[in-house]
Design a protein around this ligand. Structure first.
Ligand code: NI
Length: 210
């Protein structure tokens, strides 16, 4: 088991270039990822995280879980530059999230506030849907050197953490989405872009908001 995941990662990270992202329907996306307990060793773990970083950046995306490149380990990466605050009212609270690797992450829902926004997934290419998620979560994980992380996140960074951590338990955002909100990215741009909270989409497509 350990040998096979090592071999799999070794062949994947050989070039350091972006690797293919598996799409919905692949069994690995529905499996519970194995906790990371040193299966790769320090050097190979670093190489895997670097491959995940460049794959996420090239996509482009703001998060990527190891199962999305076919590796069933509880590892994810995330990074978001955030959005310009020129408009002054960023309903999504899309504040910058510095690049980080999450090893064996879990989150706890804090408070009762939920927010509904469109989100997408690199493994469900070309589509987005509205998901109501907790505005604030407490993240617990290990960093790449094995140090414990315990951090409270709010707004878009909290959404990213929930989405990526869910991948490691075999969940896709569609499992939590309002299915009537489902839109191709083309139609999102044509009809619903520029909206912070998806109020018009909610009324027109017919789905509730949190
Ligand atoms: Ni995803």
């Amino acid at each position: 088991m350990t040998a096979s995941v090592r071999d799999q990662v070794e062949s994947l990270v050989l070039t350091g270039a972006p690797v293919p992202i598996v799409q919905a329907g692949h069994p690995v996306l529905r499996a519970v990822a194995e906790p990371y307990v040193g299966q790769l060793g320090e050097e190979l773990l670093d190489a895997l995280i670097e491959t995940m970083r460049v794959t996420m950046r090239a996509a482009p995306g703001v998060g990527l879980a190891a199962p999305q490149i076919g590796i069933a380990l509880a590892i994810a990466v995330a990074a978001d530059a955030g959005t310009a605050t020129a408009e002054g009212d960023d309903a999504r609270e899309r504040t910058p999230l510095a690049f980080r690797a999450l090893i064996n992450p879990s989150y706890e829902l804090l408070g009762t506030e939920r927010r509904s926004f469109y989100e997408g997934c690199l493994s469900v290419d070309g589509w987005q849907a509205v998901v109501a998620r907790h505005r604030t979560v407490r993240l617990r994980c290990l960093d790449v050197r094995g140090h414990a992380v315990d951090e409270v996140l709010t707004g878009w960074p909290a959404r990213i953490i929930q989405h990526e951590t869910d991948h490691l338990t075999g969940r896709l955002y569609l499992d939590r989405a309002e299915l009537r909100s489902l839109t191709s990215v083309g139609n999102l741009v044509e009809y619903w872009a520029g909206e912070g909270a998806p109020l018009a989409a909610s009324r027109t497509l017919g789905f509730p908001l949190a």
